[in-house]
Design a protein around this ligand. Structure first.
Ligand code: S3P
Length: 175
Protein backbone atom coordinates (compact mmCIF):
# COMPACT_ATOMS: atom_id res chain seq x y z
CA UNK A 1 0.00 0.00 0.00
CA UNK A 2 1.28 3.50 -0.84
CA UNK A 3 2.57 5.46 2.10
CA UNK A 4 0.54 8.43 3.29
CA UNK A 5 2.16 11.83 3.19
CA UNK A 6 2.16 12.91 6.84
CA UNK A 7 2.70 16.58 7.64
CA UNK A 8 4.14 17.19 11.08
CA UNK A 9 5.43 20.36 12.72
CA UNK A 10 4.65 23.10 15.18
CA UNK A 11 1.43 25.12 15.34
CA UNK A 12 1.36 27.83 12.70
CA UNK A 13 3.77 26.15 10.30
CA UNK A 14 1.04 25.74 7.67
CA UNK A 15 0.19 22.03 7.95
CA UNK A 16 -3.48 22.55 7.09
CA UNK A 17 -3.11 25.15 4.34
CA UNK A 18 -0.13 23.47 2.67
CA UNK A 19 -1.81 20.10 3.18
CA UNK A 20 -4.83 21.28 1.23
CA UNK A 21 -2.70 22.50 -1.68
CA UNK A 22 -0.54 19.38 -1.60
CA UNK A 23 -3.56 17.04 -1.62
CA UNK A 24 -4.94 18.88 -4.66
CA UNK A 25 -1.57 18.54 -6.41
CA UNK A 26 -1.43 14.82 -5.62
CA UNK A 27 -5.10 14.23 -6.47
CA UNK A 28 -5.79 12.60 -3.12
CA UNK A 29 -7.72 13.42 0.03
CA UNK A 30 -6.60 15.54 2.97
CA UNK A 31 -7.22 14.25 6.46
CA UNK A 32 -6.76 16.99 9.02
CA UNK A 33 -6.36 15.20 12.34
CA UNK A 34 -7.71 18.09 14.45
CA UNK A 35 -10.79 18.41 12.23
CA UNK A 36 -11.27 14.65 12.32
CA UNK A 37 -11.25 14.72 16.15
CA UNK A 38 -13.59 17.73 16.21
CA UNK A 39 -16.06 15.99 13.90
CA UNK A 40 -16.02 12.82 15.99
CA UNK A 41 -16.41 14.71 19.24
CA UNK A 42 -18.92 17.25 17.94
CA UNK A 43 -16.98 20.11 19.51
CA UNK A 44 -13.90 22.20 18.84
CA UNK A 45 -10.37 21.47 20.11
CA UNK A 46 -10.46 24.47 22.52
CA UNK A 47 -13.82 23.21 23.84
CA UNK A 48 -12.37 19.72 24.36
CA UNK A 49 -9.35 21.14 26.22
CA UNK A 50 -11.55 23.39 28.37
CA UNK A 51 -14.09 20.71 29.27
CA UNK A 52 -11.89 17.61 29.53
CA UNK A 53 -8.27 18.72 29.75
CA UNK A 54 -5.22 17.85 27.68
CA UNK A 55 -4.90 14.13 28.61
CA UNK A 56 -8.40 13.46 27.24
CA UNK A 57 -7.54 15.29 24.01
CA UNK A 58 -4.29 13.28 23.67
CA UNK A 59 -6.24 10.03 24.11
CA UNK A 60 -8.63 11.08 21.33
CA UNK A 61 -5.65 12.08 19.22
CA UNK A 62 -4.10 8.61 19.67
CA UNK A 63 -7.37 6.98 18.62
CA UNK A 64 -7.60 9.26 15.60
CA UNK A 65 -4.06 8.40 14.44
CA UNK A 66 -4.87 4.68 14.50
CA UNK A 67 -8.06 5.25 12.53
CA UNK A 68 -6.86 7.62 9.83
CA UNK A 69 -3.84 5.54 8.79
CA UNK A 70 -6.26 2.75 7.79
CA UNK A 71 -7.72 4.96 5.07
CA UNK A 72 -6.61 5.00 1.46
CA UNK A 73 -3.65 7.13 0.40
CA UNK A 74 -4.02 10.66 1.73
CA UNK A 75 -2.17 13.69 2.96
CA UNK A 76 -2.51 13.60 6.75
CA UNK A 77 -2.06 16.93 8.51
CA UNK A 78 -1.29 16.19 12.16
CA UNK A 79 -1.59 18.51 15.16
CA UNK A 80 1.58 20.10 16.48
CA UNK A 81 1.75 17.73 19.45
CA UNK A 82 0.71 14.49 17.74
CA UNK A 83 4.23 13.13 17.29
CA UNK A 84 5.18 13.81 20.90
CA UNK A 85 3.58 10.46 21.58
CA UNK A 86 6.10 7.71 20.77
CA UNK A 87 3.51 5.23 19.58
CA UNK A 88 1.82 7.83 17.34
CA UNK A 89 5.21 8.60 15.85
CA UNK A 90 5.97 4.92 15.29
CA UNK A 91 2.64 4.29 13.53
CA UNK A 92 2.90 7.40 11.38
CA UNK A 93 6.48 6.52 10.38
CA UNK A 94 5.47 3.00 9.48
CA UNK A 95 2.47 4.03 7.41
CA UNK A 96 3.67 7.32 6.01
CA UNK A 97 6.49 9.48 4.80
CA UNK A 98 7.02 12.23 7.34
CA UNK A 99 7.35 15.80 6.09
CA UNK A 100 8.05 18.44 8.72
CA UNK A 101 6.98 22.03 8.13
CA UNK A 102 8.88 24.69 10.04
CA UNK A 103 8.67 28.45 10.44
CA UNK A 104 10.57 31.05 12.43
CA UNK A 105 9.19 32.18 15.78
CA UNK A 106 7.92 35.54 14.47
CA UNK A 107 5.99 33.82 11.69
CA UNK A 108 4.55 31.29 14.13
CA UNK A 109 3.47 34.09 16.50
CA UNK A 110 1.85 35.99 13.67
CA UNK A 111 -0.01 32.95 12.34
CA UNK A 112 -1.23 31.89 15.78
CA UNK A 113 -2.06 35.30 17.23
CA UNK A 114 -5.82 34.78 17.32
CA UNK A 115 -6.84 33.91 20.87
CA UNK A 116 -9.14 31.02 21.61
CA UNK A 117 -7.83 28.67 18.92
CA UNK A 118 -4.63 27.26 20.40
CA UNK A 119 -5.12 26.12 24.01
CA UNK A 120 -1.43 25.16 24.34
CA UNK A 121 -0.50 28.82 23.78
CA UNK A 122 -3.53 30.55 25.27
CA UNK A 123 -2.71 29.24 28.72
CA UNK A 124 0.51 31.22 28.84
CA UNK A 125 0.92 34.93 29.64
CA UNK A 126 4.02 35.23 27.52
CA UNK A 127 3.21 33.81 24.09
CA UNK A 128 6.70 34.14 22.64
CA UNK A 129 8.20 32.31 25.59
CA UNK A 130 5.55 29.58 25.32
CA UNK A 131 6.31 29.10 21.61
CA UNK A 132 10.07 29.05 22.18
CA UNK A 133 9.88 26.57 25.05
CA UNK A 134 7.45 24.21 23.31
CA UNK A 135 9.51 24.40 20.12
CA UNK A 136 12.66 23.53 22.03
CA UNK A 137 11.00 20.57 23.75
CA UNK A 138 9.83 19.21 20.39
CA UNK A 139 12.80 20.13 18.22
CA UNK A 140 14.40 16.70 18.27
CA UNK A 141 11.16 14.90 17.40
CA UNK A 142 10.43 17.19 14.47
CA UNK A 143 14.03 16.77 13.27
CA UNK A 144 13.38 13.06 12.76
CA UNK A 145 11.19 13.70 9.71
CA UNK A 146 12.14 12.35 6.29
CA UNK A 147 12.06 15.84 4.80
CA UNK A 148 11.80 19.36 6.22
CA UNK A 149 10.50 22.51 4.55
CA UNK A 150 10.62 26.04 5.93
CA UNK A 151 7.30 27.76 5.25
CA UNK A 152 8.17 31.25 6.51
CA UNK A 153 7.38 33.86 3.84
CA UNK A 154 6.44 31.18 1.31
CA UNK A 155 3.09 30.38 -0.22
CA UNK A 156 1.36 27.00 0.20
CA UNK A 157 1.93 26.50 -3.55
CA UNK A 158 5.70 26.96 -3.21
CA UNK A 159 5.81 24.62 -0.23
CA UNK A 160 3.67 22.01 -1.99
CA UNK A 161 5.94 22.18 -5.07
CA UNK A 162 8.97 21.46 -2.93
CA UNK A 163 7.28 18.51 -1.23
CA UNK A 164 6.14 17.08 -4.58
CA UNK A 165 9.74 17.26 -5.86
CA UNK A 166 10.97 15.43 -2.78
CA UNK A 167 8.28 12.74 -3.10
CA UNK A 168 9.10 12.25 -6.76
CA UNK A 169 12.87 12.01 -6.29
CA UNK A 170 12.38 9.65 -3.34
CA UNK A 171 10.10 7.42 -5.43
CA UNK A 172 7.14 7.92 -3.08
CA UNK A 173 4.96 9.04 -5.98
CA UNK A 174 5.10 8.37 -9.69
CA UNK A 175 5.49 10.96 -12.48
C1 S3P B 1 -1.44 21.27 19.53
C2 S3P B 1 -1.59 21.71 18.25
C3 S3P B 1 -2.90 21.93 17.63
C4 S3P B 1 -3.96 21.02 18.26
C5 S3P B 1 -3.96 21.19 19.75
C6 S3P B 1 -2.60 20.87 20.39
C7 S3P B 1 -0.06 21.12 20.09
O1 S3P B 1 -2.83 21.66 16.22
O2 S3P B 1 -3.75 19.68 17.92
O3 S3P B 1 -4.34 22.51 20.04
O4 S3P B 1 0.11 20.49 21.14
O5 S3P B 1 0.89 21.65 19.45
P1 S3P B 1 -2.13 22.68 15.15
O6 S3P B 1 -0.66 22.33 15.12
O7 S3P B 1 -2.80 22.32 13.87
O8 S3P B 1 -2.40 24.07 15.60
Amino acid sequence: MAKHVVLIGFMGTGKTSCGRTLATRLGCGLVDLDKYIEAKEGRSIPEIFAAEGEPYFRAKEREAVREVVQRKFAVIATGGGTVKDEENLRILKERGVLVCLTADVDTILQRTERRGERPMLDRSEDRRKAVEELLESRREIYAGADFTVDTSRRSPMQVADEIVDFLRVGGFIRA
